[in-house]
Design a protein around this ligand. Structure first.
Ligand SMILES: Nc1ncnc2c1ncn2[C@@H]1O[C@H](COP(=O)(O)OP(=O)(O)OP(=O)(O)O)[C@@H](O)[C@H]1O
Ligand SMILES: [Mg+2]
Length: 261
């Protein structure tokens, strides 16, 4: 059975795209069939995999408005079992397109489109934009579970309650299957007191919801320059620097997911 995982946090720059791309690549290298859906008009996941925004004619926008099917826009990547449903800045127009549809049907458009390809994949990973708008709502409505990256910085937990409430509401109203797979502390730096404090706060308030390795050790993503560099080479970290701490951390995350975390 295919599992659909949405990576979401309405805060900007917390590591959503880095997590979506590198988790997708790590699962694909573990011989799972993976589709990465770029549901953000910034198209950062698309460029992180080496595609230039404007060289692709059709993207997720065309799927959501119904002029293309998802299979028609899917691109192969340098990892054979990793496919990409690309995005483009034109996706910002989707809000206008959704405007005239009824609330329930417009929140389920992405779910319907993804359903058509579920048989072809083990995992679908959705990268979402930094807003709790229609695209994130569609991504959460399409998902079985959500991973919430939390940047280990001041204000990290701000907005988290609102996101968790939105998830609870969606679960009640349109997607009863939706689970919080876990909170993922990102850009963690053991030398930085603030970073440690944010992690302590997370453990204190959300201990059950933090992703763990071998059901014990907390999975954290360290601040690692290789993770920041790899998108500019159009590669996931596993192909850019396999020995880096960043890659080891995303392997740990992928292993926790494969173990059914
Ligand atoms: N663990 C890390 N170590 C170092 N740099 C990181 C790490 N994770 C992400 N970055 C860098 O931080 C920036 C923001 O990360 P990313 O794009 O993944 O966040 P995002 O939540 O997707 O942002 P947005 O909300 O704009 O979509 C990027 O420049 C990225 O390369
Ligand atoms: Mg992003």
């Amino acid at each position: 059975m295919c599992e659909v995982i949405c990576i979401a946090n309405q805060k900007g720059g917390v590591g959503k795209t880095t997590t979506a791309v590198n988790l997708a690549a790590s699962l694909a290298v573990a011989e799972k069939k993976v589709l990465l859906v770029d549901a953000d008009p910034q198209a950062n996941a698309t460029t992180s995999l080496g595609f230039h925004r404007n060289e692709i004619e059709f993207n997720i926008y065309h799927v959501l408005i119904g002029t293309k099917t998802l299979s028609q826009i899917i691109q192969k990547t340098m990892i054979p079992s990793l496919h990409l449903a690309p995005s483009n800045i034109g996706l910002v127009g989707i809000e206008k397109e959704f405007h005239n549809q009824e609330k329930n049907s417009r929140e389920l458009v992405m779910r319907k489109k993804i359903k058509e390809v579920l048989n072809s994949y083990d995992y679908v990973i959705i990268d979402s934009p930094p807003a709790l708008g229609p695209l994130t709502i569609n991504a959460l409505s399409a998902a079985n579970s959500v991973i919430i990256p939390i940047q280990c910085e001041f204000f990290a937990l701000e907005g988290l309650a609102q996101l968790i409430n939105t998830i609870k509401l969606l679960k009640k109203e349109i997607n009863p299957d939706l689970k919080i797979k876990g909170l993922l502390p990102t850009m963690y730096s053991a030398q930085n007191n603030l970073s440690k404090q944010v992690l302590d706060d997370l453990v204190r308030h959300f201990s059950r919801d933090i992703i763990k390795k071998d059901s014990m050790e907390i999975v954290t993503i360290p601040r690692n320059v290789k993770l920041a560099e790899s998108p500019s080479f159009g590669k996931p970290i596993i192909l850019y620097d396999i020995r880096s701490q960043g890659n080891i951390a995303y392997q740990n995350l992928a292993n926790s997911i494969l173990e059914g975390a």
